[in-house]
Design a protein around this ligand. Sequence first.
Ligand code: UT7
Length: 329
Amino acid sequence: MSIRIAGTGSYVPDRILTNADLEKMVETSDEWIRTRTGIEERHIAAPDQPTSDLAYRASLKALEMAGITGEQIDAIVVATITPDYVFPSTGCVLQDRLGAKGAFCFDLEAACSGLLYSLEVAYSLMKTHPQRYKHVLVIGAEKLSCITDWTNRNTCVLFGDGAGAVLLENDGSDGPDCVVASDLHTDGGYGEILKMPAGGSLAPASKETVEAHEHFIHMEGKEVFKLAVNAMVNAGKTVLEEAGITPEEVNLVVPHQANSRIIYAVAPRLGVPDERVFININHYGNTSAASIGLCLDEAVRSGRIKKGDNVLLTAFGGGLTWGAMLLKF
Ligand code: UT7
């Protein structure tokens, strides 16, 4: 049995919000945003377009590439911190739209590490029950614009909306698996530095929580930055060691897109030159769980990832959650 990536897909909404647009909304500048983050623009969903719609459009493309229909999907995992509802899960909404009648579906919440966590879960399901799970759809999808405080320049310049999908297939052959090694971590002790304070059972929505802007992303950026670099470097090194490959054998690093300075701090410490690092944060901003899927699809469709390539994923996000994974395409 060989578990492989049979399809990828991505989607971003049409509306583009540029740094120049943000200059009119808060006290910031295109220069500050570009030099501190690498972001030039981001895509913003329409008010009536939920996360499930972004996920649906990305999923259709992954299914098309894989040459399968919704009915053939056995499980759907949606990584998101911006579900349509608290319940039903976005996975349930998506199942209905895709016509994936036989699939069991759920959401996984690991913030920006969501796609990595979801790939690990999907892969494990397929290894454990190869007869039951032949096609598992993994999607990272976020409408971060609805939890972004558009009056706070510390955070509103960073985030964007989008979705990226990966279709895993057990093709029954004897080839190698696509997941070669992984190293995933959590440290709940740092939960305070990156969170949405209200809207859960601890602080349900109230007039006070709304007035205090507690339904938005709160982040201590500097602290997160420092932890992110070390964590992704360590996880990346562990994965390369576990996989038994050298940095020279890595064809492409696909990091979570939070800040180009973080990305360019991680790559040399892993021993991988900048030209083998995928970056598209300039067009999309930080899309949390969607970012790695957006990158993978762009890299596959543009030919930067080819069959047989070793692709190293790295992620870091709220929780704290982080990790790395080596994929063989
Ligand atoms: O995806 C999940 C994980 N997230 C991350 O990994 C994000 C990690 N953090 C970061 O990427 C960076 O910390 C930020 C991009 C969020 C901030 O960059 P920074 O270099 O850490 O800046 P800072 O927060 O230390 O702010 C430096 C200065 C401050 O002014 P003073 O106090 O030095 O006068 C800020 O008030 O920049 C100011 N500033 C801004 N100025 C113009 C903060 N935001 C802005 C802004 N425009 N949008």
